[in-house]
Design a binder for this molecule. Structure first.
Ligand code: ADP
Ligand code: TMP
Ligand code: ASP
Length: 223
């Protein structure tokens, strides 16, 4: 039985609660849906449950394929237990096909298939609209070390390969996605480990039907 303790954070779409285990958190997926860094908000009935189940499936799949994830288990329809991490203030975006801010920022034509996956980093700061940053910013401000970024890059590209294949198998193109990482939370240990955190769902990925290119993700809400 998982005890739901104090609320420790309420983000735009999920809430985190303490549990009886200080290294584990209860992640509650709410129906709240946000776009443009919180500028557009609405509650979509059942979205929390869908994202929780979608994410659990993906985290299990990645875990089974050797990726360290924070996911422990599903607790209720819209709640999962996760390892508590020290989150890096960096969002990692992978792009396979040009759309979204890549198109608006650099004028790359919508739908261009990229020769190889493009990795981008953003500083996680809603007030600044999560600005695009370089690895040098990450090192300068100590948001992650070179060693950690090497692990993150390799893991992120592996996740892209695994998920692109998984979605292709069901007739869906993985166009792009955003992931976040944290470090294992252990004040006493001198070694920390980089772990995939947060969520992978239609809120954080662009997914297009292979045949019709119909959008199957949060872009339907954004637009
Ligand atoms: P946001 O903070 O962008 O509004 P959410 O509403 O999805 O996003 O809130 C989830 C928050 O929990 C995010 O800030 C995310 O960085 C953080 N988080 C995700 N996984 C973990 C974890 N395992 N341990 C601690 N914090 C986490
Ligand atoms: P973008 O084209 O708007 O930069 O988005 C790239 C991908 O990252 C897309 O799949 C949506 C996802 N994303 C998030 O999940 N959260 C964010 O804050 C942003 C900016 C993008
Ligand atoms: N994830 C951000 C938000 O929740 C930005 C976006 O998805 O458009 O507002």
């Amino acid at each position: 039985m998982i005890e739901k303790g104090n609320l420790i954070s309420e983000g735009k779409a999920k809430s985190l609660y303490e549990t009886q285990n200080q290294n584990e958190l209860l992640m509650v997926y709410r129906d709240d849906t946000s776009a443009f860094d919180g500028k557009k908000k609405e509650a979509l009935k059942g979205k929390g449950e869908i994202n929780n189940k979608f994410n659990a499936h993906i985290m299990n799949y990645l875990g089974a394929n050797g990726i360290d994830t924070h996911y422990i288990k599903t607790v209720t329809d819209n709640e999962s237990l996760v390892h508590k991490l020290d989150m890096l203030p960096v969002e990692c975006v992978v792009r396979n096909i040009a759309t979204g801010s890549l198109t608006s920022r650099l004028g790359i034509p919508e739908g261009t298939v990229l020769e190889k996956p493009l990795l981008e980093y953003c500083y996680k700061k809603d007030e600044l609209n999560d600005p695009l940053i370089s690895k040098e910013h990450i090192y300068s401000f100590g948001w992650a070390s070179k060693k950690e970024i090497k692990i993150i890059d390799e893991t992120t590209l592996r996740i892209n390969d695994l998920l692109s294949g998984m979605f292709r198998g069901i007739g869906i193109k993985l166009v792009d996605f955003k992931i976040e990482y944290g470090k294992t939370w252990n004040k006493d240990s001198e070694e920390s480990e980089i772990v995939l955190a947060d969520e992978i769902s239609p809120d954080t990925c662009r997914l297009w039907d292979v045949k019709t290119e119909k959008k199957l993700d949060k872009d339907r809400f954004r637009k």
